[in-house]
Design a protein around this ligand. Structure first.
Ligand code: ADP
Length: 467
């Protein structure tokens, strides 16, 4: 199945693209359970995060007992967090009122959470029987906005409307804001298609398809570029091992190797940026002890710091903190920040890497006492191709891609990055990640977490610094 095309589990609809907003006008409880249960079942079986927001006409126990008829072991899905059953008061009416922005933000948060937890996306059932007349207008506006937002996201939703409480105007709004509306007509379920929205879904998915082709092109292209580079690097390695080269040629060999590694770094950064742009980057999150992991990454670059007589200190206010994240991304983020810190700190300088526990968040900071960054440049260094010194005679090599990629990767993990710096005094880069875990059977093991070719990766990341 095309990953963008989801099995809705609803016979009348079949498969639908991510971003599809479905409405159902129901007469009775059995009516909506007969649609919503197989719909959730399909989501759970296809590795989606599922949220069911129930309201007045049912309750958690009843939703669970209906789901039990369609899915084996519903409890298992609830326990692992893949299925969340929650009430309208928790979702829509916190603080006893309906705040359009807050609820849209909550959906967005769960879509992000779904990809962060390595699910394919978010599937929701949203019961609206709590809706009172005073909210009709705001709610129609909200539905319209959610609809526009959904088109861009791995998100599919089924909204339930009590037919007996829905007036003609509301009926029209439901049809306007949903790609498909399921209605009852003479005891039979029928589907009303909103052609305009369905065309929009298709157009967007065509654009996504185009992005996919673009990414595939970049990936193939990168492979073509990497293959000869690997051969060059392999040949260099053989020459190094045979040790049959003169002192003079050894110098040229080093230059050759160093520049080949720089090309490897540039190519993989460009590929990753293209993948993120096209929304094709995958997150493989697992529970890791972020403290020992960051410490291990810091240790892996000690050799590079020593060569510049820079002292690196690792500091933490907690012994262990297990959080859910993608270790591969964390390693790339840290190596980039560390290579910048070493690059922009003069000989004899000092770098402090520290991990701070903020309960719901974890802060990782990299402080150096290097050249610092002028205040007017502190915002733009996270932009693509931005460097403080762009002159061709600049002292430090680089392409200005590293930090923009770091920022995108941090955001993919639902984190934040910011910088504090004073010219000639030094810089501090702070990365903040949410602290969440998933129930897991296997124990955390740092050996399994460290990316196997991390020495090679450090070599590539530091290729701008040393020759
Ligand atoms: P580059 O490949 O040029 O290092 P980055 O995106 O990693 O690209 O960094 C962008 C710019 O931000 C750098 O060129 C440098 O001017 C500035 N910068 C990044 N880290 C530091 C630091 N620790 N100290 C001073 N300047 C820094």
């Amino acid at each position: 199945m095309d990953k963008k095309l989801r099995d809705t589990g609803i016979e009348l609809i079949g498969e639908a693209f991510w971003g599809t907003h479905i409405g159902q006008l129901y007469e009775s409880k059995d009516d909506f359970f007969s649609i919503a249960c197989p719909y959730i079942r399909a989501g759970l079986l296809n590795n989606e995060l599922c949220v069911w927001v129930y309201s007045y006409n049912t309750n958690e126990a009843e939703v669970k007992s209906y789901l039990d008829k369609y899915i084996n072991n519903v409890d298992k899905y609830i326990k692992t967090g893949q299925l969340l059953l929650t009430s309208h008061t928790n979702w829509y009416l916190t603080d006893n009122s309906f705040n359009e922005m807050r609820v849209s933000g909550l959906w967005l948060e769960y879509v992000r959470k779904s990809t962060r937890l390595s699910y394919e996306g978010l599937r929701a059932v949203a019961d609206t029987s709590w809706l009172e007349k005073c909210y009709y207008r705001t709610f129609a506006h909200y539905e319209n906005n959610v609809n526009n937002m959904m088109h861009e996201l791995p998100f599919i939703a089924l909204c339930l409307y009590d037919e007996n409480k829905t007036d003609k105007l509301q009926y029209a709004e439901v049809i306007k804001n949903h790609s498909y509306t399921i209605i009852n007509n003479e005891n039979k379920k029928e589907l009303i298609k909103n052609i305009e929205l369905i065309i929009k879904d298709k157009q967007l998915n065509k654009a996504l398809e185009y992005n996919k082709i673009k990414t595939e092109f970049f990936t193939n292209f990168s492979h073509e570029l990497r293959t000869p580079l690997n051969i060059i690097l392999g040949t260099v390695q053989i020459m190094e091992l045979t040790k049959q080269i003169s002192y003079e040629n050894e110098k040229y060999l080093k230059i050759l190797k160093h520049n080949a590694l720089r090309l490897v770094r540039l190519i993989s950064n460009l590929i990753d940026l293209a993948k993120i742009d096209a929304n094709f980057i995958e997150i493989h999150s697992k529970n890791i002890d972020i403290v020992s992991f960051v410490e291990a990454i810091t240790s892996s670059v000690l050799d590079y710091a020593v060569r510049k007589n820079i002292n690196i200190i690792f500091d933490t206010d907690i012994e262990e903190k297990i959080i859910l994240c993608d270790p591969d991304y964390i390693e790339r983020i840290m190596l980039n920040l560390l290579s910048n810190a070493i690059k922009f700190t003069p000989k004899g300088g000092k770098i402090i890497v520290s991990v701070h526990d903020m309960d719901e968040k974890i802060n990782i900071s990299v402080i150096d006492n290097g050249i610092g960054i002028p205040v007017d440049k502190q915002n733009i260094i996270f932009n693509r191709f931005e460097q403080v010194d762009k002159s061709l005679r600049r002292e430090h090599e680089g392409s200005g891609i590293g930090l923009s990629l770091v920022k995108l990767l941090v955001e993919k993990l639902d984190g934040n990055i910011y910088v504090k710096s004073q010219p000639s005094k030094g810089s501090e880069f702070i990365v903040e990640f949410p602290c969440e875990t998933i129930p897991e059977t296997s124990e955390f093991n740092i050996e399994n977490t460290l990316v196997s070719n991390s020495i090679e990766r450090a070599k590539i990341e530091f290729s701008d610094i040393y020759c």
